[in-house]
Design a protein around this ligand. Structure first.
Ligand code: PXL
Length: 274
């Protein structure tokens, strides 16, 4: 019998190296049994050594992609990654309202506030940070910043559990339903503890810190794994817990590719379907 899978939409940039961006999202959706839809926002030129530059897609082409797939195929959950400019962010926010995606609708929306690559190359024009805070966060079911993004967005430098909780509270003020403050960049910590809260529930998700150089695309893969679970109907705490188990294995099986940082790998899932 033919079965149509659930769908997830990624609104994000392309990574020519195939490890981050829409490529990470699509392989994560696929590995989790979800049909991936794409609204491309930018094309980066990059390899394992870093990002050499990017060119953004015209705003009307970004929004037309969202409308084309949402109106015909339907979207069970959506996420954003690299959005490049304030104009794209504003137009995406307006379009998501038009196609009924976001925290006040039946379609969950995850915002991964991508600001820079791991090698420090800006993937967002500076004035666009304010648009992320004011246009996207209030529409988000969940936001998933790493600690560098937390600092840029709130000014809070997370150094321990107490400041991680303070950062989560500051982020909730921007109006998302849930906040996930990922602790992976707290390199002194023995474990990797992520903090998930909606202001009333406060959930600490702890996992082992895995020793690898190859972590390219880790944040994107985590956010798209969460989006996959949400697309299949999981609630936010369940989706984040499932994604945490998924990403741990992806980091464990990350592989070297090129002379720099290799990608995390969702391939293990193909050999181990749930
Ligand atoms: O990992 C963040 C990210 C998101 N999107 C694109 C990227 C990167 C990091 O390099 O290239 C397109």
């Amino acid at each position: 019998m033919t079965v149509t899978p659930c769908t997830a939409l990624t609104i994000a940039g392309s990574d020519s190296g195939g490890g981050a961006g829409v490529q990470a999202d699509l392989r994560t959706f696929f590995a989790n049994g979800v049909h991936g839809l794409v609204a491309l926002t930018a094309v980066t030129v990059q390899n394992s050594l870093g990002v050499q530059g990017f060119s953004e897609i015209p705003v009307d082409v970004v929004t037309a992609q969202i409308k084309a797939v949402a109106e015909d195929m339907g979207v069970n959950a959506a996420k954003t990654g690299m959005l490049a400019t304030a104009e794209i962010i504003q137009a995406v926010a307006k379009t998501l309202d038009e196609v009924h995606i976001g925290r006040t609708t039946d379609t969950p929306f995850v915002v991964d506030p991508v600001a820079a690559s791991m090698t420090g190359h800006a993937l967002l024009r500076e004035e666009a940070l304010e648009a992320i805070r004011t246009e996207l966060f209030p529409r988000a079911t969940l936001i998933t910043p790493n600690l560098d993004e937390v600092r840029l967005l709130t000014g809070v430098s997370v150094t321990d559990t107490k400041s991680q909780h303070a950062a989560a509270e500051a982020l909730l003020e921007f109006g998302s339903q849930w906040v996930l403050v990922k602790g992976g960049h707290l390199y002194d910590a023995v474990d990797c503890v992520d903090l998930l809260t909606d202001g009333s529930a406060v959930i600490e998700l702890s996992g082992p810190r895995i020793d690898t150089e190859n972590t390219h695309g880790g944040g994107d893969t985590m956010a798209s794994a969460i989006t996959s679970s949400l697309a299949k109907g999981a609630d936010v705490p369940t989706a984040v817990a499932e994604a945490k188990r998924f990403i741990e294995r992806c980091v464990l099986e990350a592989y070297p590719l090129g002379a720099g940082v290799g990608p995390v790998s969702p391939f293990w899932r193909l050999a181990n379907p749930q």
